[in-house]
Design a protein around this ligand. Structure first.
Ligand code: ATP
Ligand code: MG
Length: 560
């Protein structure tokens, strides 16, 4: 198996769908949906759900809807809707027909509620929220019937209509399904299915002052869209009896099968929209698309590619058991993709001036080198060699530690793609700091080894005359705790923000080919990592690069 071809394990959801197709269930149709609530930006956990829903539809010749589950208008917004659509499209998926909204079905949902009332399977409860909570019982004790539970159908129809007409204050009445107050499953103890909320809705405006609850809305929206397999995360397992109960009472076009899978948890990461929103609102990050955020928008800006995220989702698989995935797997996926596809370039982070004393031409020499060591289709790039160059400060040591292979006084090193140079003289300032190296180059070493001696080190460099000053942003993990939101010591997840998660380098000098850099087209800066132009802050006059990921996984080691 090659690293580039992700395996397609026969995970249990693939197996269920195959079996359903074989048995002719659903007339051989496969219809899935991705149902985000537009109350924040999508994160890497959602990517897992998106990849699963869309790829099951694709693989089995079915369809996948994008449906906004918009039953909480106060927390939702058009900004989030647009961001979610952008992210799904960017990941490379196409939803079936138009975008759907649960709010498209508010009229139908209201009619279904009236139907439940007529069957004496729903009632208007005017108890206070506290009373309802107190009567719900506990895991070990059954609930108690509300005094309103025995209301007549007539009275319920009337009161529900009055709820819709705005005659009840917010929170003063709810519609509850009449199921079983003694059920061992608390979700079945007469759950609330409608509440009064005077809230402006981003899709339906001020039309409604009653809004259906999530559990009631979700199953009916699935049924109305004739979804066959309703894939959701494990926390909904206990809600499945309610999902099925609602559909069993009503005359709906289809009864989808709810199947639960384990959500993605990543170490050193939080994947909860509420917490991500807190990071944004409290300005711990610059926004939802801050490159340190595990949001799809953040990962895009950071330089992650859609293919790397999709491969990652294949790699982690789909199971029924909760686990924590190591964030280094995500980093592996992006390195693997970028190693193959990212053009190379040189960028010196902390420049040290190098004067080539035996360079006696006025003009710089143009050198054409491949953009990628293996992929010729990526073409070539032009670099320049001349009198004054920059190498990285860390590539020169006056008193080298053992095993140091780069430049030392009197020693030689190869400049990547160019000549071997020798350091003849070290120039220092008054503080004794090295400010310049005087070197000579061996004109017989372009593209070949020097005669009679071995030069081991290779360093990256740029021509001072042609280099572009650039800003470089290095990112580290946003949290320095393995499970920031589950620390056992009473700390809050924001207490574990890594204070060094962003380092800005303003001194960097880059080779001229980077003038053409574009957001979302990552480069490998040789020996430094993978980088991409920042989509927000880069301008024609000021190039800003984000480090997507380092070349190797050095993180675990550096923490020890
Ligand atoms: P959050 O907990 O971050 O607020 P959510 O579940 O409330 O997420 P939704 O917008 O309701 O967010 O999620 C849309 C879909 O994505 C749901 O089907 C949900 O199960 C799925 N999903 C959310 N988080 C994850 C995750 N970490 N792993 C896999 N699927 C997820
Ligand atoms: Mg949710």
């Amino acid at each position: 198996m090659s690293k580039s071809e992700p395996v397609k394990p026969a995970h249990f959801i693939r197996q269920i769908i195959s079996k359903d197709l074989d048995s002719g269930k659903n007339d051989g149709r496969v219809a899935t949906r991705f149902p985000p609530e537009p109350n924040g930006y999508l994160h890497v956990g959602h990517a897992k759900s998106i990849c699963l829903n869309f790829s099951m539809a694709e693989e089995f010749g079915g369809t996948c809807n994008l449906r906004f589950d918009d039953t909480n208008p106060e927390k939702e917004s058009q900004e989030y809707i647009e961001a979610i659509k952008r992210d799904v499209t960017w990941l490379g998926f196409e939803w079936h027909a138009d975008v759907r909204y649960a709010s498209d079905y508010f009229d139908r949902l209201y009619e279904f509620a009236v139907e439940l009332i007529k069957q004496h399977k729903a009632y208007v409860d005017e108890s206070t929220p506290e009373q309802i909570r107190a009567m719900r019982g506990t895991l070990t004790e059954p609930g108690q019937d509300s005094p309103y539970r025995s209301r007549t159908v007539e009275e319920n129809l009337q009161q529900f209509e009055r709820m819709r007409a705005g005659e009840f204050a917010d929170g003063s009445a709810v519609l509850r399904a009449r199921i079983d107050m003694a059920s061992p499953n608390i979700n079945m103890r007469d759950p609330v299915i409608y509440r009064v909320r005077r809230a402006h809705h981003h899709q339906t405006g001020d039309k409604w002052c009653v809004y259906p609850m999530y559990d009631y809305t979700h199953c009916l929206s699935d049924a109305l869209e004739e979804i066959t397999h309703s894939l959701c995360t494990l926390e909904f397992e206990d809600h499945r009896p309610l999902y099925d109960w609602v559909l069993d009472q009503l005359d709906v076009p289809c009864h989808p099968q709810q199947i639960e899978f384990a959500r993605l948890n990543l170490n050193y990461t939080v994947t909860s929209k509420r917490k991500l929103k807190q990071l944004v609102d409290e300005h711990h990050v610059s926004g939802w698309d801050d490159p340190r955020m595990p949001t799809i928008a953040g990962m895009r800006r950071r330089g992650y590619t859609p293919a790397s995220i999709r491969n990652f989702c294949e790699m982690i698989g789909v199971t029924k058991s909760e686990g924590v995935v190591d964030v280094s797997m995500l980093e592996f996926a992006i390195r693997d993709d970028l190693d193959k596809h990212a053009p190379r370039a040189m960028c010196v982070m902390h420049p040290l001036k190098v004067v080539i004393t035996n360079w006696n031409q006025v003009a710089e020499q143009s050198l054409t080198i491949p953009a990628h060591p293996k992929d010729e289709t990526l073409g070539s790039r032009e670099i320049f060699f001349g009198n004054t160059l920059y190498i990285d400060r860390s590539d020169f040591e006056e008193e080298p530690p053992k095993g140091f292979k780069r430049l030392i006084p009197g020693g030689e090193v190869r400049l990547r793609g160019a000549y071997v140079i020798r350091c003849d003289e070290v120039i220092k300032n008054e503080q004794g700091e090295v400010v310049e190296l005087r070197c000579s180059y061996d004109d017989q070493t372009l593209g070949k080894n020097p005669e009679g001696r071995k030069v081991k080190g290779v360093v990256h460099w740029v021509s001072a005359a042609k280099a572009l000053p650039v800003e470089v942003r290095l990112y580290d993990r946003l949290f320095n705790h393995e499970s920031p939101d589950a620390a056992k010591d009473g700390t809050d997840f924001v207490d574990h923000i890594n204070p060094d998660s962003l380092t800005v380098i303003t001194t960097a000098m880059a080779e001229p080919s980077l003038q053409n850099a574009k957001a979302e087209l990552p480069y490998q800066f040789e020996r430094e990592g993978y980088f991409v132009l920042d989509s927000e802050d880069a301008t024609a006059d000021k190039l800003v690069f984000n480090r997507t990921v380092t070349l190797r996984d050095t993180w675990a080691k550096s923490q020890k």
